[in-house]
Design a protein around this ligand. Structure first.
Ligand SMILES: [Zn+2]
Length: 120
């Protein structure tokens, strides 16, 4: 139960971060908001990074998301297959592992419950 809560927490934080869609200053690497025109740290013009291009980094986060919510991972895989193949693969693999882990945990849980039933 604690493990599940941790997983959901990690997924939530990841999604929150993605939703905020933070950009980074090309000059100094400081975190800058999407609606910021100038880096607050070094003062460089951020006009060119205010419109982020498609990021296809096959990120670990997408795999994690797919792992936590296999259905979302599957959908992301199908949607991104053409446009973002690396991220699609990460989400798809994560979903696959998530399903396998779920099944394995379900079986183990079933065995434990069955064991408890017979001992009672
Ligand atoms: Zn900067």
């Amino acid at each position: 139960m604690l493990l599940l809560a941790t997983l959901i927490y990690v997924c939530y934080n990841f999604l929150k971060k993605e939703a905020m869609n933070m950009a980074f200053c090309k000059n100094c690497g400081a975190e800058v908001g999407n609606n910021q025109d100038v880096c607050l740290k070094c003062g460089v013009n951020l006009g060119q990074i205010s419109k982020p291009t498609v990021v296809d980094n096959g990120g670990f986060g997408w795999g994690l998301l797919g792992f936590c919510i296999p259905l979302v991972g599957l959908i992301l895989y199908l949607v991104w297959k053409q446009e973002r193949p690396l991220s699609a693969k990460a989400a798809g693999v994560g979903a696959l592992i998530g399903v396998i882990v779920n099944v394995v945990v379900g079986i183990i849980y079933g065995i434990i419950v069955a064991g408890l039933m017979t001992t009672l």
